[in-house]
Design a protein around this ligand. Structure first.
Ligand code: IPE
Ligand code: IPE
Ligand code: MG
Ligand code: MG
Ligand code: MG
Length: 329
């Protein structure tokens, strides 16, 4: 199955709907709103919404605004994340704050955030029952609170000398797992899935989401920057406690740990410094460890889907989880 092609087809309808909720204010304001959306993005979360709906035999054409909703919320989090992480490139383009400044970028993010809810409640117009829409809104609100908590922990961990693997896993479950899980749950809710179907989709989403973030952290070390569309090495320069760093800090000599700590969080670290750090992570088996963890999580996620009826959408969800492991951007 060609997942790239499939996601492209699925998101074609989505692009038109997305545009509806970014048409706010005059030309200048619109340019700011549309910039991060038109820059691209893989559109993974909206595809998951549509596939989850189909997997419970719902009509995904009715819930396109819900798919747009999670992408709008995701884009809002990226704008704020880039301010927090001091990153000036995203989706192959300069970040919103790099162009218009942090002050305006905050409000552009906030506007996309409210657009997410505007979109989600609009599925009522397509005949989706109000009680299901309310449940979907609840899922999105909960996911967003959890995501923001995860983002706060991510920043607080920068200042800490050591983090346990358990703390790290909890943090990424919140900052990334929550919205990926919610995307599946929202699709399932709006497709009128049963309670069992919703918990299977949620468990799949949570595992896939956590694996997705570990893979994102791996790509920050090993990807090609042009292909990735965002800076490589940013996590080391910002002192992020990724799984590889957590593993290495817990498996190294005090001397090496000290060396690592002088590099971590050094915004002026050179490409050579980053290269040396990657070498150390490789030697300590930390990269291998993270890669294995991604595989295990994806297997657990796939297991969760066993209880769902066999549908084309379920097959695609399974293929998408393999794509998450193998992606290069
Ligand atoms: C990036 O998400 C942020 C993370 C949660 C890791 P994506 O990798 O889905 O970003 P886009 O939407 O494709 O740009
Ligand atoms: C972001 O994690 C998670 C969000 C909730 C936005 P990262 O900070 O690793 O995401 P990228 O690498 O900037 O996309
Ligand atoms: Mg970031
Ligand atoms: Mg971040
Ligand atoms: Mg990252």
């Amino acid at each position: 199955m060609d997942v790239d092609q499939l996601m492209k087809e699925k998101s074609e309808m989505l692009e038109k709907v997305l545009g509806r909720y970014t048409k706010i204010g005059d030309k200048r304001i619109q340019e700011m709103m549309l910039h991060p959306i038109n820059a691209g993005g893989k559109r993974i979360r909206p595809c998951l919404v549509l596939l989850a709906c189909e997997a419970v035999k719902g009509d995904s054409k009715k819930i396109l605004p819900a798919a747009a909703s999670v992408e709008l919320l995701h884009t809002f989090t990226l704008i704020h994340d880039d301010i927090m992480d001091h990153d000036t490139e995203r989706r192959g383009k300069p970040t919103v704050h790099a162009i218009w400044g942090e002050e305006l970028a905050i409000v552009v993010g906030d506007t996309l955030y409210s657009g997410a809810f505007k979109a989600l409640v609009e599925v009522r117009k397509n005949g989706v029952p109000e009680n299901l829409v309310l449940d979907a809104v609840e899922a999105l609100v909960e996911a967003n609170s959890e995501l923001q908590e995860g983002q706060i922990l991510d920043m607080l961990f920068e200042e800490r000398e050591t983090i346990s693997e358990g703390e790290y896993m909890k943090m990424i479950g919140k900052k990334t797992g929550s919205l990926i899980e919610a995307s599946l749950k929202i699709g399932g809710i709006l497709g009128n899935g049963t309670r069992e179907e919703l918990s299977a989709l949620s468990l799949f989403g949570r595992n896939a989401g956590i694996a997705f973030q570990i893979k994102d952290d791996l790509l920050d070390l090993t990807a090609d920057q042009v292909e990735l569309g965002k800076p490589v090495g940013s996590d080391i320069r910002k002192g992020k406690k990724t799984l590889m760093i957590v593993h290495a800090l817990n498996h190294t000599t005090p001397r090496q740990r000290q060396e690592m700590n002088t590099l971590l969080g050094n915004e002026n670290a050179t490409d050579e410094d980053i290269h040396d750090m990657i070498g150390l992570l490789q030697d300590l088996g930390s990269i291998n460890y993270a890669e294995e963890k991604v595989k295990t999580l994806i297997d657990e996620g796939k297991n969760a889907l066993k209880t769902l009826d066999e549908t084309e959408a379920k097959k695609t969800l399974l293929a998408m989880s393999d794509y998450l492991i193998n992606r290069r951007k």
